[in-house]
Design a protein around this ligand. Structure first.
Ligand SMILES: [Zn+2]
Ligand SMILES: [Zn+2]
Length: 433
């Protein structure tokens, strides 16, 4: 009997990890962590790890990748199937996680040698997107670009005759990244035995253009008053898109960018096959005409900000730390809080216990500057989940990547529209396939 075990990632944001298999054959989809306390890891069953036939990694983000070295410590000796771009970005995520854990006074559950033991196999070298490949007699896979970050993928899997879909983190609304929609591939199959679908934004029904209008409005409120606008973003992902979009929307406002974000933009340009058609030119132009002032160090950063503030000149600041955990973010905040009219715009997920969460909990008077949250979409909301579910014809659709309560409400709303066989589960739950 084939089963799907939720080891993490359903009914919560973080530690995505799904075991699928039976007594003879089994695979693992992702193995992430949840950024809470010293880290919450997936509910790994050590008796099943050494017997895994394959591990798949959808993308580099910590909530999908960080616990992979622990698999090797527990006796896994096989491959991690992912893209070369994901593998290339992983060392940065592992380093930042190790740093976070030590700051929290915790210990990693694995060692350097487990990290070194990871054997990556590049999925794009095995088979191009939207084509099938047999990795073993019992296991066939098909993949596509998921539009969520550079190197991110979705997977269609045939395991001992069961057909499954895993969306990974998925969006079709990226400004820069291309998405291979899985619908045509799925239509070519009889039906699916199961699907795990990114529903991170649960009942949120807005599309990217609506989000962007709100974001521009919030930015304009700060900039029109001569304020400094801080944009904390992860090093790779929405930051590069927002840089280009804000450049277009506020052509006369200086944009200062930490160099790490420009490095990631150059990496995108080097991998144009992951972009929407024509976006390589947009990126190349933005980099060539130096639309941004690139910040390389403490002295330059302090000098520029002092100049802007002294002149009462509005400017936009992009810093590579979405949840404001770094010393650099702390520095920015200390400067901004002393300057009336300045503000911080948060555009993504804020984990518990982070600096961004603590600041959001304060009143504007306590905080000393404005602060707003306007989400830039890199996941699926209600209309996207609806569309994906419709296209799938699956025996069940497991909605994941959001707190249980929010997922329950989404499920209720979709059921009232006539959708059936949707699941809202939690870590530890098991589905019989
Ligand atoms: Zn992600
Ligand atoms: Zn995720």
């Amino acid at each position: 009997m084939m089963e799907l075990h939720v080891w993490g990632g359903a009914g919560e944001h973080g530690r995505s990890c799904y075991w699928i298999g039976n007594d003879h054959t089994s695979i693992l989809l992702d193995c992430g962590v949840k950024r809470e306390g010293c880290g919450e890891y997936p509910l790994l069953d050590p008796t099943r790890i050494a017997r895994l036939d394959a591990v798949f990694l959808s993308h580099a983000h910590e909530d999908h990748s960080i616990t992979i070295p622990w698999l090797y410590k527990m006796g896994y000796t096989g491959k991690v199937w992912t893209t070369s771009l994901t593998a290339m970005q992983l060392p940065g995520y592992f380093a930042s996680w190790a740093n976070y854990v030590s700051q929290q006074g915790g210990m990693l559950p694995y060692d350097e040698e487990d990290l070194a033991a990871i054997q990556y196999a590049y999925i794009e070298d095995e088979v191009p997107p939207l084509q099938w490949a047999a990795l073993s007699p019992a296991l066939q896979i098909c993949w596509g670009r998921s539009g969520h970050m550079l190197g991110s993928i979705w997977l269609l899997i045939k395991l001992e005759g069961k057909r499954l879909f895993y969306s990974g983190d998925y969006t079709e609304e990226s400004f820069l990244l291309g998405t291979d929609t899985p619908e045509d591939e799925i239509r070519g199959l009889a039906h699916l035995h199961g699907a795990i679908v990114d529903a991170a934004y649960s009942t949120d029904a807005e599309h990217q253009p609506e989000k962007l209008e709100q974001l521009y409005m919030a930015a304009a409120n700060i900039l029109s008053a001569g304020g400094q606008l801080l944009m904390p973003v992860p090093v790779s992902g929405r930051g590069q898109e927002l840089l280009l979009l804000l450049r277009r929307r506020f052509p006369d406002t200086p944009i200062r960018v930490e160099h790490e974000l420009i490095d990631a933009m150059e990496l995108m340009l080097e991998h144009a096959s992951w972009l929407r058609p024509g976006m390589d030119h947009v990126l190349a132009d933005a980099l060539r005409v130096s639309s941004f002032e690139i910040v390389h160090g403490d002295e330059q950063r302090a000098h520029l900000l002092e100049q802007d503030m002294a002149a009462g000149r509005a400017a936009i600041w992009f810093t590579n730390d979405g949840m404001m955990q770094s010393a650099k973010s702390q520095w920015y905040y200390e400067k901004l809080r002393a300057h009336a009219g300045s503000g911080i715009l948060i555009t993504g997920h804020v984990a518990k216990g982070t600096m961004a969460e603590r600041l959001l909990a304060l009143s504007e008077a306590q905080r000393g500057c404005r602060m707003e949250v306007v989400r830039y979409k890199i996941h699926q909301g209600k209309p996207d989940v609806r569309k994906m579910t419709q296209a799938m014809n699956s025996k069940f659709t497991l909605l994941v990547h959001a707190p249980k309560r929010d997922t329950d409400i989404l499920l209720e709303q979709l059921e009232s529209e006539g959708y059936r066989d949707l699941l809202s589960l939690q870590p530890g739950d098991i589905i019989h396939l």
